[in-house]
Each structure stands twice: as C-alpha cells, then as structure tokens.
Design a protein around this ligand. Structure first.
Ligand code: ZN
Length: 315
C-alpha cells in the first residue's frame, strides 16, 4: 500500500520575488492540504469575494506568453506553469498556494528553486489513491505550424521539438519518461528563454517588465546569448519547453498517463489540447492508480539526496 497514495508537503514553504510579466513583487506560500483538495491558489491581497483559484485547465484564460488562471469572480493569478511543474514533478498532488500579488515570482526563470524548497520540506503521504487521467486515444491540436498531441501510454512521457531561426537555438528535440524523479534530474533547472526581438515587442505591450536577461531569463539574439553564467544545458530551451508542458499538463487536475508530443507548441496550445482531450468522448478516463501505475508517475522515486548538486542548484 505504501505507493498508492496522494501526497502533500510536510510543512509550508515560502518563495518571494517579482513576476516576469508584471514586474510586481509577490510572496507565495505553499501550505499542506488534505487528499482530494488538489492545487488551489488563493489571492491573499484581495479582501472581498471568492479569492480561491483552483489550478484547472478550464480556468485558463487565453494568454500567449504565460498560463493565467481566472476564477468565476474574475480573480486571477498569472505565470503558474513553473510552480505547477515543480509540484507535479515532485509528486505533490494537494497544496494551498497563498499569494499576495497577481503573478507567481519568476525566481531564476526555472522551477529549480521551487523544487529545492519543496524537497527540503519533504513530501507527506495521505493514504488515499492518486486519481490520474489516462489517455485512451490520440488527440491532436494544431495552430500556425505548431502541434500538440497526446497519445495513449502507460506512464507520462514528454517529447518536444523546437525550431528557431536564432542560430544559438536552432533545432532541438528531447524525449523524457517522467518517472523516477527525472523532472528534478533533467528539466527543473532549465530557464525561461526568449529572443531579443520578443523582449522589445513584449515590453512595448507592457509585458516582461520583471525580466532581467541572464538573471531570470535567457535571451537569444542571433548567435549571441545572454545567459548569466552560461547555459545550464546545451539544449536548455527545449528542456524549458518540456518543463512548461509538464506544468500546463498538471492543470488536468491530476497526473496524465499518456505521451505528450509538442512541436513548436506553447502554453496556449497545450491548454487547447487539454480542452480537446476532455471534450472528445472516450479520449480520457479518470483512474484510481494501483501501485504499478503510481510507480510510473512524475515524482515517484524522487530521492532528493540522490540528485547531483549541480542539478539541485545548491551553492
Ligand atoms: Zn516557462
């Protein structure tokens, strides 16, 4: 029985910093929650009305550059993908995420600080089976030359392909089975990236106001790269796209059992894919995981002390 349970955190953990797009500071605290609670954000800076925002695909508002959740009362939280990836990748299924601002802190542009904070507190088993979403037939969505697909598979695999004109990015592909802590080992420290041309366009539109090249985002300008102390992986961009995909897929409401294939996909397309998955009759079913299924989920088998120090970003 020891594997087939939902998890939460053993204790609360707090992160602080500015939002990538708003530039606004926020303090965010992950608080342990009971089985069946799921991941729910709570805006503590708003006094009146419903300030709870469940981390669910059907509350995602169309937003090209980040994943923004909006509840029925119009209360929102932006850029949830990196904390969602960290929670999913560490196998945390239940938490209340209190935040006193409109956007999740970007920290270093990756999920590594969140993973480190979560794993330092540790994960608490709750004695209730995990409900996963098992993909039963292929679903594909396409837009503007980008494509995202979910295929049946007995565990979660993420496959991603990108193709940028910037020579320092170019074509990159990677496939990763998400079991055995592979998110913490392979993906969590890869940072947000963009092109210099995008930075200028975003800032003209009032976005990326908290972005500091090399500090919380990697910026590519032709062959030039502003990456702080250098890239963390030769293919850091495609790894970050996989991190984003894990975070966006976590909005299914539970782990996905399926193979995700992203081809130049982004946040909006992955959300369109989840909408298509849940709209298509017979494409997905909720299953209470047995021990064998649970062992294939992200975060299962993750032993923090076994992750090499450079991946943990421990100074
Ligand atoms: Zn991202």
């Amino acid at each position: 029985m020891r594997h087939i349970v939902q998890n939460t955190l053993k204790a609360s953990v707090t992160f602080e910093g500015v939002g990538l797009h708003t530039g606004k500071p926020a303090r965010m605290t992950l608080i342990p929650a009971p089985a069946g609670h799921g991941i729910v954000f709570k805006r503590t800076d708003i006094a009146l009305g419903n300030t709870l925002i469940p981390a669910r695909w059907d509350l995602v508002e169309r937003s090209p550059l980040c994943t923004r959740l909006v509840n029925a009362a119009g209360v929102s939280v932006s850029t949830v993908e990196h904390i969602m990836a960290a929670l999913s990748g560490c196998g945390v299924h239940n938490a209340l995420v209190e935040i006193d601002g409109p956007e999740v802190p970007i920290v270093d542009g990756s999920s590594a600080p969140f993973v480190r904070g979560i794993m330092q507190q540790g994960v608490q088993r709750l004695g209730v089976p995990i409900v996963a979403y098992q993909v039963l037939k292929p679903v594909t969505v396409e837009k503007d030359g980008a494509r995202a697909t979910l295929l049946p598979s007995d565990g979660l695999t993420i496959e991603f392909h990108i193709d940028f004109a910037e020579e320092a990015i170019g074509r990159q592909s990677r496939t990763l089975d998400m079991r055995n802590g592979s998110f913490a080992r392979e993906l969590c420290d890869s940072r947000t990236f963009c092109r210099q041309a995008d930075v200028e366009a975003m800032q003209a539109n009032g976005l990326a106001l908290g972005g500091v090249p090399g500090e919380n985002a990697v910026v590519f300008d032709g062959a030039r790269v502003e990456s702080g102390l250098g890239l963390r992986h030769a293919d850091e961009p495609v790894r970050h796209k996989m991190l984003d995909a894990l975070g966006d897929l976590a909005l299914a409401g539970g782990p996905i059992l399926g193979r995700y294939v992203g081809e130049r996909a982004g946040h909006a397309l992955t959300n369109t894919l989840l909408r298509a998955l849940f709209a298509e009759p017979g494409a997905v079913r909720a299953v209470a995981c047995d021990a064998a299924m649970t062992a294939r989920l992200p975060g299962q088998g993750l032993i923090w002390s076994e992750i090499p120090a450079e991946q943990r970003r421990v100074a």
